[in-house]
Design a protein around this ligand. Structure first.
Ligand code: UDP
Length: 454
């Protein structure tokens, strides 16, 4: 392939082994362990391949039906590696399967021509452990993205949430020490890697994630208001993309819609939204009458222990009929949900970046987010949304009610949000990753030549 020759000529890798031990990029995000990392890996892999860098993604097989290799796009495949039982293993069980996973990766490489992979990119610390071994065996650089860090998570735990075990901290420290290059989503994460994990600052590159600007846009491709039909049972004529999205979801034009999208677990704090909605109903009846909350996602992590807890909370607070729960949605449907919403709400206790916040903004819907982790990078306070410093119900109710009461201000924020999101394409993320790969290869070759390679 011509692009591959060009890539090599530019000092780029020809083929990358991408490691994603605990979750497959082919899983539907929004449930279990599948979330932003899955989206990140798939979206960047497709763009890297467009630039002539082939990507083979190794993940743990979770069903006997899965083909061993799945071609995802030109130059991108997923290798489903058998390491431990297909079902019944939680993320916490996976450290015991890392040896099996690493062995399978080594065998897959051994079946290829020598030098098949010229760079490894591991995602999350479990993959970093495997990548570290492969790096030494194949003598190629290891690039690592943590996605989340145990120390950051433990510093901002949701009430009742279990701290990440110390074994993970040690595992992360080892990967930080062994990787040739560390990719951080934000400068905040770069500081955590350097200050809390002792990373060499020269090895850390900040590369923000992106958003699929083709899918997440204020008006869907091909939308034409004149071609849209009315909604006869309501006597409404659909004129805008938002109205169409609402009509499809059974929401009314005058509804005030608050949207939450993500894996349902205490860390993501969907309960904060439900509590705030109940407070708005109580304190602002003029808004409360029109208030609708839509929660999209399924239980995950510690949220699996009490899968009905949010429904019970809504019932307990007397807002059950205002809160609708939807199962994890594919990308195109999600875009309709963002377009239908007045505000997207991201109350997480920690978020390494917050793809949901960026997707919503790309659709022109402002975001009210917690001022934690990468969210202050994703959401510009007062310009594309509002950041809330605490997780207190009253603070969230106040912030949301203020915006719900000001439709013109919401429109201004939404417009600025759309413009802000245009700076975060996956193409740009992939281009910056290519730069990091090139640097990692050059540095590795230099160390190899001087005999100082670790
Ligand atoms: N997501 C999805 N469908 C859903 C819920 C979530 O595709 O029903 C996707 C969402 O669009 C986003 C990702 O899952 O791309 C979540 O990423 P984020 O960074 O917000 O959170 P994370 O899962 O990494 O904690």
């Amino acid at each position: 392939m011509r692009e591959a020759r060009v890539a090599r000529h530019l000092g780029l890798p020809h083929r990358v082994a991408t490691l994603s031990v605990h979750t497959s990029p082919l899983d539907q995000p929004g449930a279990g362990d599948a979330g932003g990392m899955n989206v990140y890996i798939l979206e960047t892999a497709k763009r890297l391949a467009e630039s002539g860098v082939e990507v083979e993604i190794f993940t743990r097989a979770t069903s006997s039906d899965q083909p061993r290799i799945v071609e995802v796009a030109d130059g991108v495949c997923v290798r489903n590696v058998i390491a431990g039982p297909f079902e019944g293993l939680s993320k916490q069980d996976l450290p015991a399967q890392l040896c099996a996973f690493a062995a399978a990766v080594q065998r897959a490489e051994a079946q290829q021509e020598p030098g098949w992979y010229d760079l490894i990119h591991s995602h999350y610390w479990l993959s970093g452990q495997v990548g570290w071994l492969a790096r030494d065996r194949w003598a190629v650089p290891l690039v690592h993205t943590a996605h989340t860090l145990a120390k950051a998570k433990n510093a901002q735990l949701a009430e009742g949430d279990t701290p990440e075990p110390y074994a993970r901290v040690i595992g992360e420290e080892q990967v930080v020490a062994e990787a040739d290059r560390l990719i951080a989503n934000t400068t905040d994460e770069a500081h955590q890697l350097i200050d809390w994990y002792g990373a060499d600052p020269a090895k850390v590159t900040v590369i923000p994630p992106g958003v699929d600007l083709e899918t997440f846009r204020p008006v869907p491709q091909g939308f034409s208001s004149s071609a849209e039909v009315s909604v006869p049972e309501r006597g409404e004529q659909v004129r805008t993309a938002r109205e169409r999205a609402r009509a499809r979801l059974g929401l009314h034009r005058q509804d005030l819609v608050l949207l939450f999208v993500g894996r349902l677990q205490p860390l993501k704090a969907p309960d904060v939204l439900i509590r705030a909605a109940a407070r708005i109903v109580q304190d602002h009846p003029e808004l409360g009458d029109r208030l609708r909350v839509v929660i999209v996602g399924a239980p995950s992590g510690t949220g699996l222990a009490a899968p009905d807890s949010l429904q019970l909370l809504a019932a307990e607070l007397g807002v059950a009929e205002r809160v609708r729960f939807l199962p994890p949605a594919p990308r195109a449907e999600l875009a309709e949900l963002y377009r239908a919403a007045d505000l997207t709400v991201v109350p997480s206790y920690n978020e390494s970046f917050g793809l949901v916040a960026m997707e919503s903004q790309a659709c022109g819907t402002p975001v009210v987010a917690a001022a934690v982790g990468g969210l202050p990078t994703a959401v510009l306070d007062g310009r594309t949304g509002v950041l809330v410093d605490t997780h207190r119900t009253q603070d969230w109710a106040d912030a949301l009610a203020a915006l719900l009461a000001q439709p013109h201000h919401r429109d201004e924020l939404g417009h600025a949000a759309y413009l802000h999101a245009q700076d975060f394409s996956w193409r740009r993320t992939a281009d910056r990753l290519l730069g990091a790969y090139r640097d990692a290869l050059a540095e590795f070759a230099r160390l190899d030549a001087t005999g100082s390679m670790g």
